[in-house]
Design a protein around this ligand. Structure first.
Ligand SMILES: *Cc1c(COP(=O)(O)O)cnc(C)c1O
Length: 404
């Protein structure tokens, strides 16, 4: 008997759940785009976006998704033929590098596999060997959404400084912004970007690129920033429509205003980070019990081995042979949609069915995390996957504050 009627929960790592408040804020007729409330509202978004990225520098808005942010940031910081270093801990580094190559930028991959975080010292070593400073940027995915590995951007910046290398540090914060701690200025990140459909809880369609003065200087030697992608006119524009180089994403702006009210002005960015951290630890505690099923061999396990490198926004899980069955059961019988595995095996390889991901970014409460975990617990039973016991006990103890 299916129990999928009632509320449906999307637990994929983007797009994330859109709060009803955000949807309601968008439900209105088209506004005047020349003056009046929409113009004031748009100006008000900029300081709040900077507050989320922890930067006092520049913020720009593009109508587009994460791929647009990749293209926008590269266009403004590089000239055709430049070399960039791409430390890799999953598929999103590959996607970013592909966009760079498509723009005539040369890429050098530094592959760390997809189970362990990128090693800052190895990055530093490569930069030290680059005596002529041919490498113009280090492109780091902060949280690779495929592997759920988080990079230590602060340590990477220290290595870059210790190497005395002038390359820009660019961070893809698509999956991490407003979820994992991200201190753009304090960590010395030169360019950071994200979309609106993950931690920012707004329907897909806007991307934000943040850049500091060092990145602004790189703009001067870039020859890739065509009219639409150029970030200069979009930064502190004198005429409103220059924010978007045309009609703004009117309804998205209302939605984002509501989401930023929730994140910046009501809960607070630090509290949002703390909530994501505790919910992620709750999930990790449940998996520690499930993983411990005493059958030996390879079974259910978290993809990221070192807890310190696990994202607080997304979790990749290895479940050889059974992940697709579990996902289908959770969706069809229970109304919970889990994410597919990405980049762990080719889609036509039977091993592809051995991975899934859980999105826990944005509008996620203790109740929703417990619901997701309890549903997975039922799914493991229903699909006959060997698993240890006590997972839900461990999870609820963390949220109750009674865990050891
Ligand atoms: C989602 C995501 C992207 C791509 O975003 P799209 O909106 O799908 O283009 C890029 N990088 C990371 C780390 C992501 O999580």
């Amino acid at each position: 008997m299916p129990f999928a009627h009632g509320p449906q929960t999307l637990a994929i790592p983007g797009p994330s759940i859109i709060p009803d408040r955000v949807l309601r804020a968008m439900h209105r007729p088209s506004p005047n785009i020349y003056n009046g409330p929409l113009v004031d509202l748009t100006h008000s978004l900029i300081p709040d976006l900077k507050a989320v990225a922890r930067t006092s520098h520049n913020a720009t808005i593009y109508i587009g998704n994460g791929h647009a942010a990749w293209e926008a940031s590269l266009a403004n910081t590089h000239a055709r033929g430049d070399l960039v270093l791409v430390p890799r801990t999953g598929s999103f580094a590959d996607g970013w590098a592909e966009v760079a190559r498509g723009m005539g930028i040369r890429t050098e991959m530094l592959d760390f596999g997809n189970r362990d975080a990128m090693d800052p010292a190895t990055i530093g070593e490569r930069l030290r060997a680059d005596k002529d400073h041919e490498i113009k940027s280090v492109l780091c995915v902060h949280v690779d959404t495929s592997s759920s590995l988080r990079a230590d951007l602060k340590a990477i910046r220290s290595e870059m400084d210790a190497a005395g290398h002038p390359a820009l540090l660019q961070a893809d914060c698509m999956a991490s912004l407003a979820c994992d701690v991200m201190e753009m200025d304090e960590w010395g990140v030169d360019v950071a970007f994200a979309g609106c459909q993950k931690g920012l809880m707004t329907p897909a369609g806007m991307a934000f690129v943040f850049y500091n003065d060092r990145a602004a200087r790189a703009r001067e030697r870039s020859d890739l920033a065509t009219f639409y992608w150029d970030w200069i006119p979009r930064t502190n524009p004198e005429v409103y429509f220059r924010y978007f180089q045309g009609t703004g994403p009117t309804h998205h702006l209302y939605g984002l205003r509501e989401a930023l009210d929730m994140i910046v002005h009501e809960e607070g960015v630090d509290a949002v980070w703390a909530r994501h951290a505790t919910l992620a630890h709750t999930l990790h505690a449940a998996f520690a019990k499930w993983e411990n099923h005493g059958t030996g061999g390879v079974g259910l396990e978290l993809n990221v081995r070192d807890p310190a490198s696990r994202s607080h926004a997304v979790t990749a899980v290895r479940l050889p042979g059974n992940a697709t069955r579990l996902r289908h059961w959770c969706e069809e019988q229970m109304g919970l949609t889990l994410g597919i595995g990405i980049g762990m095996a080719a889609p036509d390889d039977p091993a592809w069915h051995g991975f899934f991901r859980i999105g826990h970014m944005g509008h996620v409460s203790g109740h929703s995390m417990l619901g997701t975990l309890a549903t997975i617990d039922a799914g493991l039973k229903a699909t006959g996957v060997p698993h240890g016991s006590g997972a839900l006990e461990a999870a609820s103890a963390i949220l109750a504050g009674t865990a050891g």
